[in-house]
Write a protein that binds this ligand. Structure first.
Ligand code: GLN
Length: 486
């Protein structure tokens, strides 16, 4: 058998089910990898060693007694540190929550554990999921396994780095404006953002509630599909959870006959030549699979960054009002009065980026400015939805690159606007609630991974997975970064 970390999650589960490997051996192998690599990679904030051992022993026992095993049996899964696991710390990448022990489970995480996944650790992230590089983590930055000088992307950078380096075979991420898909693209793995409401947000620390979605990162489309099958269930604790039956994801190497892919060429003008060439190669693959390509008009997406950074900050400013040092997290010792405790705790607990966003969000919601900013942004959001509706009248899915370049070097982007522009290709799917997937599409001249994105109409999660799987099977760009293969 290949080394365990060379297997896909599905293959590893099957090897466990067939008795070729024990769950204890799996945990041993992956914990050893984490121990060996995490110091340099910074992918994990917490390693759930005792929990993983216990689960592994229970699984081996279950198997030896021929008891039924779950869909994710013995797959080592990493959880982004903004999702709760009862009894474990959820830091959300912030000093504020560095002592916060979760009293309950995030539904999506719980469902995976109930299907016998082994939760192996909590992954590094930008504080409160605000960022595109993981450099906003309050603890330490995560690094890109393809080149440690480069960022892994953000905010789910720890999850992407963990999966790319095969320290876990599946990880969860949360995607408010691209935080699953962009790091997946930067690290050469698959990242999936479901239709808004498909996966419960219960137990996810809220950032921008009308945008946030939990989704999986994996080394293959089939692995992310498996995770979606498990996570994508209705949940009564989340009022925005879709009350629909869970889906299965039958995947095939072929595209359905007559599949039409829309490309918003006008919106993509000015693409860096290397990214354009890579994207064009991906389109050729789709054509060779029988897809018909058409141009669609999504020019309005040029406003999506402006709209996103108004709406996401507005929602964040209200969501983060609950962090006051009384109910959650760290309480400042400097304050004497209640007011001072609130102020000081927030001053000490939050990092720069979070404070900046709270201020921006408070500003766009303020009495004097909400018509000019917040309400206007809501209107443009509706126009973006309409533009997608129109585009999907002409095509089954839209394709575009996942980012304007491959992963950049740590510290190389200092200008906040330039950083925010990183999200230009990812935020549209959040604004319109659409399912979208990032798939490896090759490498740039430096050898850093590039990715393409497939976006489908709302509720067409299964179709998006199917297109992505067909593309992946026909192109196969997924590799293990050199230093992590052995
Ligand atoms: N990079 C975006 C931001 O900083 C997206 C973050 C996310 O999806 N959580 O807001």
């Amino acid at each position: 058998m290949k080394p365990l970390h060379h297997l896909s999650a599905v293959a590893l589960r099957d090897a466990f089910l067939q008795g070729e490997v024990s769950a204890v051996q799996i945990v041993e192998a992956f914990l050893e990898r984490i121990e060996h690599h995490n110091g340099k990679l910074g992918a994990f904030l917490t390693i759930l060693g005792p929990r993983a051992w216990m689960k592994a022993e229970a699984l081996d026992k279950k198997r030896s007694h021929n008891q039924p095993l779950g869909k994710m049996a013995a797959i080592p899964v990493a959880i982004k540190d903004n999702m709760h696991i009862a009894g474990e710390i959820t830091t959300c990448g912030s000093q504020f929550l560095s002592n916060y022990k979760a009293p309950f489970y995030a539904t999506a995480v719980h469902r995976m554990e109930q299907e016998d996944a082994i939760l192996i650790g909590k992954t590094n992230m930008d504080e409160f999921a605000m960022g595109s590089s993981n450099e906003n983590s309050a603890f330490f930055p995560a690094h890109n396994p393809w080149n440690l000088n480069c960022v892994p992307g953000g905010s789910s950078g720890g999850s992407a780095a963990a999966v790319a380096a095969r320290l876990a075979l599946i990880a969860t991420g949360s995607d408010t404006g691209g935080s699953i898909r962009q790091p997946a693209g930067f690290c050469g793995v698959v990242g999936y953002k479901p239709t808004y409401g498909r996966v419960s947000r219960y137990g996810l620390v809220a950032f921008g509630s009308s945008l946030d979605q939990i989704g999986p990162l994996g080394t293959t489309v089939a692995d992310t599909a498996l995770a979606m099958e498990v996570m994508g269930h209705h949940c009564p604790h989340d009022a925005t959870s879709l009350d629909l039956p869970p889906e299965t994801y039958p995947l095939s190497k072929k595209l359905q006959e007559g599949t039409v892919i829309g490309i918003p060429w006008q919106f993509l003008k000015g693409l860096n030549p290397e990214v354009r060439e890579n994207f064009q190669q991906a389109l050729e693959v789709m054509k060779s699979l029988g897809a018909h390509l058409v141009e669609v008009n999504l020019d309005i997406l040029k406003y999506s960054i402006a709209v996103y950074y108004i709406l996401a900050t507005a929602e964040a400013s209200t969501n983060l009002a609950r962090f006051d040092g009384i109910r959650y997290g760290i309480r400042s010792k400097a304050g004497k009065t209640l007011e001072e405790i609130y102020d000081q705790s927030r001053k000490e607990g939050f990092g720069r980026e979070v404070k900046k966003r709270i201020m921006l969000g408070t500003y766009v919601l303020s009495a004097g400015y909400q018509d000019a900013y917040y309400k206007k942004a809501q209107k443009v959001r509706t126009l973006i939805l309409h533009a997608f509706d129109q585009a999907f009248g002409q095509c089954d899915a839209v394709m575009m690159p996942i980012a304007t370049s491959g992963a950049f070097e740590h510290g190389s982007i200092q200008d906040p606007l330039e950083m925010y522009l990183q999200d230009i290709f990812t935020v549209p799917a959040n604004l319109a609630g659409l399912p979208a997937i990032s798939i490896p599409s090759g490498y740039d001249r430096r050898g850093m991974p590039l990715g393409v994105q497939i976006i489908g109409p709302q509720l067409c999660d299964v179709a998006v997975m199917q297109y992505a799987h067909a593309y992946e099977q026909a192109s196969s760009h997924t590799r293990i970064p050199g230093n992590y293969a052995s």
